[in-house]
Design a binder for this molecule. Structure first.
Ligand code: NAI
Length: 252
């Protein structure tokens, strides 16, 4: 039990990586606030944790909204009794070039993928400071490190996540707050199927292409979850500002 007595917030907690990580954090003893736009799916994940003997609550929220983020933190403090770990993981993708991307889509991608992390840190860092420290993990992407095709706003947003993570680590390290990004390659979640749909490609062919890397398969959400558990726990006590890549070897 590496996270006994820890309280964790997981955003996008109802999705592929978020659900797997919520379950993995709870399995290590953390009480988890499962945060998602999809209220019903978040409640199902919280219920799954409780059924396995863990502690979890579900909170419906839009992570791009400051009032929603403030409510998420207040509810977590009230119901769980603190916040030691935050996994800023909610994210969306638009598979379009600069020419094809509308200004509204650009702003929404940055709202969900980037502003959300700023808002969460703005309001949760003082709480972690008062508690003597904490661990924040942000979901970047291989495409935030290398770039990728037909996903301009997404690549820009994930690049921002990776560098924002380094800046946060510098600012808040002295207070004992570690901030790292986890950067998955293609992981078997609804997001990949959504991408196939956006690109009007056959889903099976799209997923087969996603397996074209040294380990010859896509990642599973649980494999990203284990990296997040490590970053959340004291096992990674001297790791901050890092961009941990979980991609089966090579992303381009
Ligand atoms: P997913 O689509 O299964 O899960 C995303 C979750 O975020 C969904 O449950 C969705 O309802 C929630 N969400 C979306 N907008 C939200 C908002 N405004 N407020 C609250 N919740 C919101 O996708 P997946 O793959 O689990 O994605 C998780 C993270 O991993 C994302 O940040 C994504 O960019 C990143 N990622 C995923 C990769 C993949 O291959 N699946 C690769 C690299 C990064």
């Amino acid at each position: 039990m590496r996270l006994e007595n820890k309280k964790a917030i997981v955003t996008g907690g109802a999705g592929g990586i978020g659900r797997a990580t919520s379950l993995a954090l709870a399995a290590e003893g953390a009480a988890v606030a499962v945060v998602d736009l999809n209220a019903e799916a978040a409640e199902a994940v919280a219920e799954e944790i409780r059924a396995a003997g863990g502690t979890a609550i579900a909170i419906a929220a839009d992570v791009a909204s400051e009032p929603d983020i403030e409510r998420v933190i207040a509810t977590s403090l009230q119901e769980l009794g603190g916040v030691n770990v935050v996994f800023n993981n909610a994210g969306i993708i638009r598979r379009t070039t600069a020419v094809e991307t509308t200004v509204e889509e650009w702003d929404r991608v940055f709202g969900v993928n980037v502003r959300s992390i700023f808002l969460m840190c703005k309001h949760v860092v003082p709480i972690m400071e008062a508690a003597g420290g904490g661990s924040i993990i942000n979901t970047g992407s291989g495409w935030g490190l290398k770039g990728g095709g037909q996903a301009l706003s997404y690549c820009a947003s994930k690049g921002a996540v990776v560098n924002m993570t380094r800046a946060l680590a510098i600012d808040h390290g002295p207070a004992g707050i570690r901030v790292n990004s986890v950067n998955p390659g293609d992981v078997n979640t609804g997001m990949l199927r959504d991408e196939a749909r956006q690109l009007a490609q056959d889903t099976d062919a799209f997923l087969a292409e996603a397996a074209d890397r040294p380990l010859r398969r896509m990642g599973e959400p649980s494999e990203v979850a284990q990296a997040v558990v490590w970053l959340a726990s004291d096992d990674s006590s001297y790791v901050t500002g890092s961009a941990l890549v979980v991609d089966g070897g090579g992303i381009a």
